[in-house]
Design a binder for this molecule. Structure first.
Ligand code: SAM
Length: 695
């Protein structure tokens, strides 16, 4: 069952402004000491797992306690959603992976959703290795402990707050690990877990992990018939689980523990009110996981990443493109920058851009060959004026972003790293770099034989047809028929009748290619200021980019090339001098490439299902009278129609994550982001805003 299959009625939350900006709170990592070779939490005064044998405990209490080996052996395909409270050093996770890999085939995906307030560092996890080696039985057909550990260490994210979607074992396990407090996490997720590992230290040591609110939150996120197990048999936990709707049994515990608990969720328990973060209008979605054919309209970055994400999940994908080749509009640029300005503050936009950036640099190595298509050469963000210097100082002082993500470098050090002399220092982003949108689109569309590209085909009409869609040209000629449609058509999305309501605008941008010289070829990372220059790739630098609002001129302009180069000259004079650009007046003819980026008024992309606008206006009309508190039903959506657009100038960074979101919607999988972020990108936000502004 999908994550968005909603209960019928919701209590309407207050319309809190979740985009208010506060200082971000840095993560406090686990404080671990090793006692007799076993990890011990100084924060909670408790052991992480049984001193007896943590691995055997995981198998007994959590795997068998949820009957996972037998449930998994009978899985023919599809996904299984397993969730954990308290990820710790990942011992339970590795144990689950070992069984999953041994008992299911490559067509099955394990979604492991876990929360951890005080994450272990990779160094701490590596310290588990020897103990792990002693505990895990060799042979028996399971993956050796070293390989399991290597996979976790390899995928393990930087210790930054929020969600991290990690792919392990060739995508057979998708780990969505949130570094957050459990209460916030439960308020911000909407999953249907089929099993829970409840492992948050002994209730006496950590009551916050077992409170009534937490157990009700678990129940809200459990599929009917879903199970839970825990090492504790404490009466409060047993009663709390029962009150939340679980049928609980006491069974013999592991090692010296007399009892433990196993539980099954009743499917007839009325769901409690949803937390304020989950708004009824964003909760409904049609069940589309029945089909297996999808048409993706638009072969730019958004369409290409979406097609790839769906083909990877076994869908037959037809990509429809009006031009003769893929990537002919904004995604036709030779080069773009994978990068996000990080912030010291909370806020939906900052959070999304940081999250999509971290996701992109983690996912791209799995998806794309290096060098020709992308290069994680690093990005130096220059502190080019006082305001930017202060902002960068705040980012570092916040303590939120660890040095492996970003660090500050003075001018001399930054210049050494850059390979060219720099007038100022700035933030260095490890793992960031450049990506060639045009080549990446072509590569992704050719990656799976189940993706077919229809070029020279402009479609503009969509007609529902027995639960599927007929996709037609403007004059009514049918091009294809598919279960699901994803519009990845930038600002042209408004030309389709069901998405005409989206407030999309176009901002013109021009990038100027400049031939590299011997001196300029020394540039290692991308340099960002209020423009950017990429290192030499195939003998060329890209210098960008202009921003012109309300400007519809499609042809490149000499003035815009000058603007790009003048800015480079001003910000990085040494590099400008190293380039051989004609002086003065520079170019007689434009050399750049102009294109139109698609934006929304809030500068966030539009990603998700398409609302039935008239039904919304009727259903939520009381919002315009300020009636926020009454119970509303879930929103009405057009079955099988999705949109993935408005990536502005940041599609290089945002489209990998948004493609995973679209695939999660369509396949009924848990989302790679929290509810707050999902809703911030939701297409229906504009309909709701229009209603509430009327009030
Ligand atoms: N399951 C882990 C493993 O397999 O290695 C061991 C988990 S340990 C017993 C409990 C974990 O819960 C700790 O890592 C602790 O930091 C985490 N935790 C405690 N309170 C929490 C809270 N309020 N929110 C999220 N995690 C919490």
């Amino acid at each position: 069952m999908g994550p968005l299959v909603a209960p019928l009625v919701y209590c309407c939350p207050a319309m809190a402004n979740s985009n208010q900006h506060h200082l971000l709170v840095p993560i406090r990592p686990a404080q671990i000491t090793w006692r007799d070779g076993q990890p011990y939490s100084e924060q909670f005064g408790d052991v992480f797992f049984s001193r007896h044998n943590g691995w055997r405990e995981a198998e007994y209490v959590f795997l068998q306690g949820n009957r996972l080996p037998e449930r998994w052996r009978s899985l023919a395909g599809g996904t299984f959603v397993l969730a954990e409270t308290g990820f710790g050093g990942g011992l339970n996770f590795m144990s689950a992976c070992r069984h999953w890999l041994a008992s299911t085939g490559p067509q099955c995906t394990l979604h492991y959703y876990a929360v951890e307030k005080h994450p272990w560092s990779v160094t701490d996890i590596r310290c588990l290795q020897r103990l792990f080696h002693q505990m895990v039985p060799a042979g028996g057909g399971g993956m050796p402990s070293d390989e399991l550990m290597a996979a976790l260490v390899d995928a393990y994210p930087p210790l930054t707050p929020g969600f991290h979607r990690l792919s392990l074992f060739g995508g057979r396990v998708l780990l969505t690990l949130a570094f957050a407090d459990i209460e916030h996490w439960l308020d911000d997720i909407h999953i249907r877990a089929e099993a829970w590992f409840l492992d948050g230290f002994a209730p006496g040591r950590n009551p916050a992990m077992w409170s009534g609110a937490v157990l009700a939150g678990l129940a809200r996120n459990t599929a009917p018939g879903g199970t839970a197990s825990t090492f504790t048999a404490a009466g409060d936990v047993r009663r709390g689980l029962q009150a939340a709707g679980f049928k609980v049994v006491k069974t013999p515990g592991y090692g010296p523990k007399r009892d433990m608990l196993s539980a099954v969720f009743h499917d007839n328990v009325p769901m409690g009110p949803y937390p304020g973060s989950q708004k009824p209008w964003y909760m409904g979605t049609p069940d589309t996981a029945r089909g297996k054919t999808v048409a993706v309209v638009g072969a730019g970055l958004s369409g290409a990443f979406t097609a790839e994400a769906l083909a990877r999940r076994g869908w037959q994908v037809t990509v429809i493109e009006r031009h003769a080749r893929a990537a002919q509009e904004a995604s036709g640029n030779e080069i773009g920058v994978i990068f996000s300005k990080l912030s010291a503050f909370t806020g939906r936009d900052y959070a999304f851009y940081a999250h999509s950036y971290l996701h992109a640099i983690r996912q791209l190595p799995d998806l794309l060959p290096r060098d020709e298509h992308w290069q994680p050469c690093g990005v130096l963000q220059l502190a080019f004026d006082d305001k930017e210097r202060r902002r960068q100082q705040q980012v570092i002082d916040s303590g939120v972003w660890p040095p492996e993500v970003v660090c500050y470098q003075e001018a001399a050090e930054a210049g050494n790293r850059a390979g060219v002399s720099l007038p100022v220092g700035g933030l260095f982003f490890n793992g960031a770099g450049w990506l060639s949108p045009r080549r990446v689109c072509e590569y992704l569309l050719a990656r799976h034989s189940s993706v077919q590209l229809l070029n020279n085909t402009e479609v503009l009409r969509l007609e529902p047809d027995s639960g599927a869609w007929r996709i037609l040209t403007a004059d009514g000629k049918m091009v294809t028929h598919s279960d699901v449609v994803v519009l990845a058509t930038a600002a042209d999305t408004v030309r389709f009748e069901p998405t005409a309501f989206l407030p999309l605008s176009r901002i013109r941008g021009q990038v100027t290619p400049v031939p590299a010289t011997t001196r300029s070829s020394r540039l290692g990372p991308v340099l960002c200021y209020d423009g950017y220059i990429t290192p030499a790739v195939a003998g060329w630098h890209g210098v960008g980019a202009t921003f012109s609002h309300r400007d519809s001129e499609a042809a490149a302009r000499v003035d815009d090339d000058h603007e790009n180069l003048n800015l480079l000259q001003d910000r990085v004079p040494c590099l400008y001098e190293a380039l051989q650009v004609p002086q003065p007046g520079m170019f007689k003819h434009p050399v750049g490439r102009a294109a139109f980026r698609c934006h929304t008024p809030d500068y966030l992309p539009v990603v998700g299902p398409v609302p039935e606008v008239e039904a919304f206006n009727r259903q939520y009309a009381p919002l315009s009278k300020g009636q926020l508190k009454r119970p509303y039903e879930a929103g009405s959506y057009l079955r099988g129609l999705y949109v993935n657009t408005a990536h502005g100038s940041r599609g290089v960074t945002t489209t990998p994550l948004c493609a995973e979101m679209i695939a999660a919607y369509i396949c009924g999988e848990p989302q790679p982001v929290g509810e707050t972020m999902r809703q911030a990108l939701h297409p229906a936000r504009f309909v709701i805003r229009a209603l509430t502004r009327n009030k």
